[in-house]
Design a binder for this molecule. Structure first.
Ligand code: SF4
Length: 65
């Protein structure tokens, strides 16, 4: 599983960083998403799928390789 983040689409809600701070942070400049790690550990995959669903701007997606 690989997470992709579209910073152009992100509206900086911070939900992803709140739910999975191991993977996501927010830019100090404009609050947009920073992807810290694109490949979740197996025990983080369910939460990663969850944040993709709750992201209000649909800026996150999952690639299954
Ligand atoms: S949940 Fe979506 S809109 Fe909110 S900071 Fe993360 S990527 Fe951006």
């Amino acid at each position: 599983m690989r997470v992709r983040a579209d910073r152009e689409a992100c509206v900086g809600s911070g939900l992803c960083a709140l739910r999975l701070p191991e993977l996501f942070d927010q830019s100090e400049d404009d609050g947009t998403v920073l992807l810290l790690r694109a490949e979740p550990e197996p025990d983080q995959e369910a939460a990663a799928l969850e944040v993709v669903e709750v992201c209000p701007s649909r800026a996150l997606r999952i690639d299954r390789a």
